[in-house]
Design a protein around this ligand. Structure first.
Ligand code: SAM
Length: 230
């Protein structure tokens, strides 16, 4: 039997990794990484010496055949991304889809398995500390830079559900400008989760924008944006 393990890794604090994830990363034959240098830092912290191979956005298709062959040969493989849960705004979904399609018989027979080793994600970490309604929510990943961007802002403004998306430090101010401020929506920014400068800032889009304008040193790092009803 062979397994493809989809393993969640820390989103900042290298201690945030489950016992099962550590055990899996130590025992597999190969770890597919978004960036091997990033994964090596995690490996060094936890004394893992498993072989790594890069699997990033541009190597998806060429590597898939190789990976499928290894699984057929009985090799155990783990997939990690640079941070958090693979496939969530990260490479991996296409690989999992191909393995499900091309090894459907083996999966049905149980000779090959795709297993989840769950753990951190910026999405759930942000929602867990934001204190906003999240019984149900819409997750948009990264917003498109051009086509469809304005339509999405309109949809966010009209949504009755909490909306969550990822944003980069280069675009966060532009995004805060584009979020409509009719006083009905609360914008919560969760920045640098699990890291030294972890911070939650919330208010109307305008208030949050003014906050970051007056603290330009905070317009850096990683951001999750949550838009909810007040
Ligand atoms: N797969 C990851 C996950 O499960 O959260 C997300 C990967 S995506 C390429 C990276 C984006 O996630 C960042 O640009 C940021 O928006 C968000 N993110 C990742 N780590 C974060 C952190 N520590 N604090 C806030 N946002 C974070």
């Amino acid at each position: 039997m062979a397994s493809l393990y989809i393993v969640s890794t820390p989103i900042g604090n290298l201690e945030d990794i489950t016992l099962r994830a550590l055990e899996t990363l130590k025992k597999v034959d190969l770890v597919l990484c978004e960036d091997t240098r990033v994964t090596k830092r995690l490996f060094a912290r936890h004394s893992i010496s498993t072989r790594t191979l890069s699997y990033h956005a541009h190597s998806k298709l060429s590597r898939t055949g190789e990976i499928i062959q290894m699984l057929k040969e009985g090799k155990n493989i783990a997939l990690v991304s640079d941070a958090g849960t693979p496939c969530i705004s990260d490479p991996g979904a296409e690989l999992v889809r191909h393995v499900r399609e091309l090894l459907a018989m083996e999966l049905a027979a149980g000779t090959i398995r795709i297993e989840s080793i769950p753990g951190p994600s910026a999405l759930t970490a942000a929602l867990s500390i934001a204190g906003v309604p999240c019984a149900d929510f819409t997750f948009l990943g990264f917003l498109p830079h051009k086509k469809g961007r304005q339509t999405l802002f309109k949809e966010i403004a009209e949504s009755e559900r909490t909306v969550v998306f990822y944003e980069s430090p280069h675009r966060i101010m532009k995004t805060l400008e584009s979020l409509e401020d009719d006083g009905k929506k609360q914008v919560t920014i969760c920045r640098e989760l699990t890291k030294i400068f972890e911070e939650v800032a919330s208010g109307t889009a305008r208030e949050v924008k003014i906050y970051f304008q007056s603290h330009p040193d905070k317009v850096r790092g990683e951001f999750v944006v949550i838009v909810s009803e007040f």
